[in-house]
Design a protein around this ligand. Structure first.
Ligand code: GLY
Length: 408
């Protein structure tokens, strides 16, 4: 009964807000479509060049392995197994590019690698199942729905839900010592899968886990200026916060660029899925923190950390720009016209920068990846100033969103 009431309430909210969002989004996309920095032809050329790049990448992959990064100096592709948190981005990008080019080879390659990936639906040792399964099987299910995809996605949501603890009121991100319970801001990206699962199964517990996790994140991950900590360590016995710190950022009190991007994207999705204005306010707060930050360069590709010590000589993280631009191109549809224009323009500048020779590989080079200058884990000294599958994925997603908004 409770489930049905919740579903009815959610459906009503979504219907009401879709109406509002639709009229505001139509209005916004009209006001956004006056002039564009990226022409239709440029976008189309980028899809074609990207499709060729990904065919090159596909041709160099060993069987059952996933691309991770490429080391240009050694001309070496680094791969991973299906359990690496990024395994969904390669098929996800192939599917996006298939949608944009209708190139059947891309679809076939996505299907091939997803056969390898599908066992991860039962993986309960990671919180990254949203990234891994929703970017791949979620996209495949949108293109051509299949009962098998539905089952895989539901099992993935169930596996993810096993990591939720009602005492901490959050999903555990990283497994750790018994006395720790680690939750990272990135975890916001895995909630979209849970909303999908409630819609499809009618089981509201996925929805409740997602909203509870997001509420706990608002409460503990953010500073008053809307920047976020990377890691919150909870006491697993009481749920109290015992530590606020970083793992991949410059320092505990700094704003790690990709973490800000994950938060922005995650709370934009929260608003899309619930229409609760507190999530919109959170997403807006994060966007404003990032876009008005004195250390955001003119080309709008963030330094790997907004507080990196050697700015302006610090490395940029192109992946943070890809994620941020995709998020802003959705968020700009939920806010009033003036803010909408600001977000659209910022995303457009990011896309223009990412499309330039500085950030985009010359066709046929660098192992087939699309975007240069990503920073994976600076403090650990891994994946520094290299291509990354998630930089590619969110770049293409942002390009598709940009194209869609520019159509009207
Ligand atoms: N942990 C995911 C990331 O590196 O952004």
């Amino acid at each position: 009964m409770r489930t049905y009431l919740l579903i009815a309430r959610v459906s009503l909210l979504i219907a009401l807000h879709s109406l509002l969002a639709c009229s505001s989004s139509k209005q916004n996309s009209k006001s956004l479509s006056s002039k564009h920095l990226l022409s239709k032809e440029t976008i189309f050329q980028m899809y074609t060049a990207s499709a060729n790049q990904y065919k090159l990448l596909a041709s160099s992959l060993p069987p059952n392995r996933f691309p991770r990064t490429f080391h240009p100096n050694q001309n070496r592709l680094e791969t991973s197994g299906s359990d690496w948190w990024c395994s969904g981005f390669y098929p996800g990008t192939l599917l996006y590019l298939y949608q944009s080019t209708a190139d059947q080879k891309l679809y076939e390659e996505a299907m091939r690698i997803m056969e390898v990936l599908k066992k991860e639906q039962y993986n309960t040792t990671t919180h990254d199942l949203g990234f891994m399964m929703y970017c791949s099987f979620g996209n495949a299910n949108q293109i051509a729905p299949k009962p098998e995809y539905k089952d895989i996605l539901i099992n993935s949501a169930k596996s993810l839900a096993t990591r939720f603890d009602p005492k901490v009121r959050a999903i555990r991100s990283w497994d750790s010592d018994k006395e720790d319970y680690l939750v990272i801001i990135d975890n916001m990206m895995n909630l979209e899968l849970l909303f999908w699962a409630t819609r499809v199964t009618g089981d509201s517990s996925f929805y409740e886990i997602a909203t509870t996790h997001a509420n706990t994140t608002i409460q503990n991950h953010f500073r008053p200026d809307y920047s976020s900590y990377h890691v919150i360590n909870y006491d697993p016995t009481t749920g109290a916060v015992q530590q606020k710190r970083t793992a991949q950022g410059y320092s505990n009190e700094s704003a790690w660029a990709r973490g800000q991007a994950w938060g922005l994207y995650g709370f934009t999705v929260m608003y899309r899925e619930t229409k609760d204005p507190k999530y919109l306010a959170q997403a807006k707060g994060i966007a404003d923190f990032m876009l008005h930050h004195p250390n955001l360069p003119q080309d709008k590709i963030p330094y790997w950390d907004f507080n990196a010590p050697n700015i302006p000589n610090a490395l940029r993280d192109a992946s943070a720009a890809g994620i941020t631009s995709a998020a802003l191109l959705e968020l700009c549809q939920y806010v009033p016209a003036k803010t909408s224009k600001e977000y659209f323009a910022a995303a457009e500048t990011m896309l223009q920068s990412l499309s330039s020779d500085t950030y985009r590989y010359a066709p046929g080079t660098n192992g087939g990846f699309l975007i240069k200058h990503g920073v994976g884990h600076f403090p650990q000294g891994t994946e520094i100033d290299v291509p990354l599958t998630y930089a590619d994925y969110y770049f293409i997603e942002a390009l598709k969103r940009y194209q869609e908004l520019s159509k009207n």
